[in-house]
Design a protein around this ligand. Structure first.
Ligand code: S3P
Length: 442
């Protein structure tokens, strides 16, 4: 396992392209396998998580090939997966595991899902419980991998009130619902990322979203849609873009531009928050690609002030609290993050890993079960650094602390950085190209 040291840097500058969106990449392969024919996918994120999904689909019989820069997926229509005794190794990927559980639940397939140490600790009952209602049989353990699922060829169309706003839960149920003879309905407390809905609509499914009187959201899908084979272009990942963007904001004399970033409003809560904190961020060249909004994002060095980030914003920036917490250390005043309990169920308990890491560096933090506070020390106060942080197999924790290391007096060393490849291959190379000083460390 590698380690990286992050060293004081100045003048980050230039244009960069970050890898394709992770959520959309998983979906392009999974939903692509259900269309009627062959599609090409451009700018697929070739990270360990997405490759795990690709390998699992191949085990289930899907033909997927890499052609130079593009990927091709041969869809065989809905309801055409068969067989038993499959073992699907989802590695570190919660999205891959939970979405494919939905696909298996709605197919004549029996499969066992396994994963790495981090994934094996993450809660799966949130998907296995609704999938059981569709008629899938969960054999044995229902919450932690390994989990064995026997799907049903014609699942029941269900109406499910999800207790959490989770795109993984919603997408898993929708994928099972694709092969049922009726309408599948999901109600979630606030709207989570809608890439599954957008992609299904792009391919021709009948799927709609409405807000209800109590402010929750209802998503309804008609079963057995005819999905047309259309090629996909995947925009850059706004979650990955957040690392160079926050680095430029906190590093003196910096200005960078990240190109072709997905700016779906259910993904851009961090950018809204940073702008409220006083960050210089501009969006330009807005356009729509394959049902998703895309823009270039320019960010430059900024003086930040601490704010309260409301619970209503959690779903739109769920993966960005680690990097926001790093920006918050440089703000004047406290940044209060409300309603963030879901962070405890990510690749690590992110509230714990962020707070412990920041405290090591001398930053004061407070946390309760669902709230986290970072006491900012202002842009001019010195943070010594000179600490080692373990990634705990969490890619976003690793990248976040490496970004903070660009402004500490002495290096921050992050241990076990291979995990960065699960979402951002060539992270160190791309960051160094804009002027960051990251080095492999023994
Ligand atoms: C994802 C949804 C989010 C997010 C994850 C990717 C997806 O998880 O944290 O990185 O692609 O659907 P939840 O839906 O569980 O919040």
């Amino acid at each position: 396992m590698n380690s990286i040291s992050s060293n004081k840097s100045l003048n980050l500058s230039g244009n960069l392209i970050v890898p394709g969106d992770k959520s959309i990449s998983h979906r392009s392969l999974i939903i692509g396998s259900l269309v009627n024919g062959r599609i090409e996918v451009n700018n697929l994120l070739e990270s360990e998580d997405v490759i795990a999904t690709s390998n699992a689909l191949k085990i289930l019989g899907v033909k997927i090939n890499k052609l130079n820069e593009k990927w091709e997926v041969f869809g065989s229509g809905i309801g055409n997966f068969f067989g038993s005794d499959y073992t699907l190794n989802m590695g570190n990927s919660g999205t891959g595991a939970r979405l494919l559980m939905g696909l298996v639940a709605g197919s004549d397939v029996e499969a066992t899902f396994i994963g790495d140490e981090s994934l094996s600790k993450r809660p799966m009952k949130r998907v296995t419980a609704p999938l059981e209602k569709t008629g899938a049989i969960i054999k044995g353990e229902t919450n932690n991998l390994p989990i064995k699922i026997q799907g049903s060829k014609i699942p029941l169309p269900i109406k499910y009130h999800s207790p959490v706003s989770s795109a993984q839960v919603k997408s898993s149920i929708l994928l099972a619902g694709l092969s049922s003879l009726g309408k599948t309905t999901i109600i979630e407390p606030s709207l989570s990322r809608d890439h599954t809905e957008r992609m299904l609509k792009f391919f021709g499914a009948n799927i709609s979203t409405h807000q209800l009187d109590d402010m929750s959201w209802k998503i309804t899908l008609d079963g057995i849609p005819e999905l047309m084979p259309l090629d996909l272009n995947i925009p850059a990942d706004p979650s990955s873009a957040s690392f160079p963007i926050v680095s430029a904001i906190i590093t003196p004399n910096s200005k960078i531009k990240v190109l072709n970033v997905c700016i779906n409003e259910l993904r851009t809560g961090l950018y809204k928050t940073l702008i409220e904190m006083g960050a210089n961020i501009q969006f330009s060249n807005d356009r729509e690609i394959c049902g998703e909004l895309v823009a270039d994002i320019t960010a430059s060095s900024s003086f930040l002030k601490g704010i309260t980030v409301p619970k209503s914003r959690v779903a739109s920036m769920i993966d960005e609290y680690p990097i926001l917490s790093m920006a918050a250390t440089r703000a004047t005043g406290n940044t209060i993050m409300e309603g963030v309990e879901e962070l405890r169920y990510k690749e690590t308990d992110r509230i714990k890993t962020i707070c412990e890491g920041l405290q090591k560096i001398g930053i004061v933090t407070h946390d309760t079960k669902d709230r986290m506070v970072v006491e900012g020390i202002g842009p001019n106060a010195k943070i010594i650094g000179n600490v080692e942080i373990d990634s705990n197999l969490d890619h976003r924790i690793a990248m976040s602390f490496l970004c903070l290391g660009l402004v500490t007096e002495k290096a921050i060393i992050v241990r076990n950085t291979d995990t960065i490849n699960s979402s951002f291959p060539f992270f160190m190379h791309k960051m160094n190209k804009i002027g960051a000083n990251l080095k492999f460390f023994n």
